[in-house]
Design a protein around this ligand. Structure first.
Ligand code: HEC
Length: 492
């Protein structure tokens, strides 16, 4: 969803130096630079962040909130520790050395682009294809695996990897309904999420107010669907060291109805003196080359083309009647700034652990986090219901799931009637509920596409020739679809 506001010409004091975040480079970069790609060596997370699966299982069984929050913070510190490699002057965090789908899957959307280098190989989040409109694509994301997760999908089943689809077909033929959880407990997967900020001019961005995942009145145009382009508080991100908050900032925000359709958009003003100026150095942000910027424009164009072709089939009149919404934002000399990250580990057998982090300039720091990684708030899902069968636990990322309205889900409510009925919205999602229904189907374009589940234990619509992919939506979306051998009994 969109976000950042079309920054109104903000008087820019002299174009100071290319103020890169994290200016000091620690240690030499052991990398071979190529014209467009820099090789980055994998760095594992510090293994001391992990605890024994039995310990996590006990926390989950007891709903031990303090323990899971502390564990989530430890994972975050491990992932964001700086390595001795750097890219364009920015010391890389551990997570930025991990494998992307291009390293793992034979066929991947967007890989042919050779975007620049692994850390900035971005996409429009896959989830946004489930919106009843053309997102302006101002939020980018990528998917990362550690080597344990890579191993899990590469070993596959019956002698064939899951990545090509062949291991998945083997498992389906063996009568399995879900992948056997053979992932090492320390296996991890991530979804880092970015916005573009200017490295030369102050950029106004909207931010999630909170506290935590609450949606206080006045914090968004759309309390039911509080997408990142509906937020009504802004800060000015300053690369020059000279910006002030003297001038008013004008920005665009969308208004959503409960289905997730944009019903209108409009301009808002933050009065001079009412907002904070934040140095760009407070972000983990990697500069894009001009080729990288061009690649992101290509990614946007591809997203628009594919989404346009899907929209009316998936959403019918809902899509046709949508307001076009706020425009796509472009900034001068962009850096890709980390604004959020989904983090999952296989420590809890079958279920896995789920935590998500989002940029929030005014919360107290994630315990143990350093530098730009302090300015994040977070939520966890190690279980699906709190107390009682219908007390659903919600955990979502304001940058990724808040944009979902009812039209994104299999049904508009779960359960559909009676006690415990809750509207299915992005803000009523639980990571486990949606990921445990991730489904691969043998046909590349099944007549019933796997849908999304918000909370609780709503089952996926069963399809023939399909298998649950043990929490991995990336595997469901990105595995190959081998051509089936001709059926022996095919009619002439
Ligand atoms: C409504 C469904 C839904 C919800 C809710 C959801 N996700 Fe996802 N998630 C997805 C989809 C779809 C992808 C995209 C996979 C891809 O890019 O190929 C994804 C991607 C991811 C990935 C990248 C790897 C992978 O295989 O999926 C991680 C990690 C992740 N989500 C964690 C979380 C966490 C943590 C939460 C809760 C805070 C969460 N997700 C909530 C649907 C969901």
């Amino acid at each position: 969803m969109a976000k950042r506001s079309p920054v109104l010409p903000i008087a820019l004091a002299a174009l100071a130096c290319l103020a890169l975040p994290l200016a000091s480079v620690k240690g030499a970069a052991p990398v071979r630079a190529q014209a467009t790609e820099q090789i980055i060596s994998y760095v594992p997370i510090n293994s001391q962040v992990f605890v024994k699966p039995q310990v996590v299982a006990t926390w989950a069984a007891q709903h031990n909130e303090a323990a899971v929050r502390a564990h989530a913070a430890a994972l975050w510190s491990g992932l964001t520790a700086l390595t001795n490699q750097s890219l364009r002057g920015v010391p890389l965090a551990v997570f930025d050395t991990w494998f992307t789908p291009c390293d793992i899957y034979p066929v991947t959307k967007g890989c042919g682009q050779g975007i620049i280098s692994k850390p900035t190989l971005f996409e429009v989040p896959e989830q946004f294809f489930h919106l009843p409109r053309l997102d302006p694509a101002n939020v980018f994301s990528s998917v990362k695996y550690d080597e344990g997760m890579k191993h899990f999908v590469e070993v596959g089943y019956g002698g064939a990897p899951y990545t090509t689809g062949a291991g998945l077909v083997n498992a389906i033929n063996a009568g399995q309904k879900n992948l056997i959880d053979t992932a090492k407990p320390s296996s991890m997967m991530l979804k880092p999420t970015y916005e573009l900020l200017s490295s030369t001019k102050p950029t106004a961005i909207m931010y999630w107010k909170g506290p935590a995942l609450t949606v206080p009145p006045g914090s968004t145009t759309s309390p039911q669907v509080p997408a990142s382009d509906s937020w009504l508080q802004v800060v000015l991100v300053d690369p020059t060291g000279k910006a002030t908050n003297a001038k008013p900032i004008t920005y665009c925000a969308n208004v959503y109805d409960e289905s997730g359709t944009i019903v209108r958009h409009g301009m808002h003003t933050a009065a001079g003196g009412s907002y904070k100026v934040i140095p760009l150095s407070e972000f983990y942000a990697i500069p894009l080359t001009s080729a990288g910027v061009q690649s992101l424009q290509n990614v946007r164009a591809q997203f628009r083309a594919r989404q346009t072709s899907l929209l009316s089939g998936r959403f019918g009149a809902l899509a046709q009647n949508a307001d076009p919404g706020c425009p796509t934002v472009n900034v001068e000399k962009p850096v890709a700034a980390l604004m959020g990250m989904h983090v999952a580990s296989a420590e809890l057998h079958n279920v896995w652990t789920w935590q998500t982090f989002w940029w929030q300039p005014f919360v107290s720091a994630v315990p143990g986090a350093k530098g730009p990684f302090r300015h994040f708030d977070f939520a966890t899902a190690y279980w699906k219901t709190n107390n009682g069968p219908h007390d659903y636990r919600y955990a979502f990322n304001p940058y990724l799931e808040a944009v979902f309205g009812t039209s994104t889900f299999l049904t508009t409510k779960w359960t559909t009637s009676g006690a415990g009925s809750v509207t299915n919205l992005g803000r009523t999602t639980n990571c486990i509920s949606c990921h445990e229904t991730a489904t691969y189907t043998i046909p590349a374009n099944p007549s019933i596409a796997p849908g999304y589940v918000a909370h609780g234990s709503q089952p996926q619509i069963p399809t023939q020739n399909s298998i649950l992919t043990r929490n991995l939506w990336s595997l469901a979306d990105r595995a190959g679809h081998p051509t089936p051998p001709p059926a022996p009994s095919a009619s002439p």
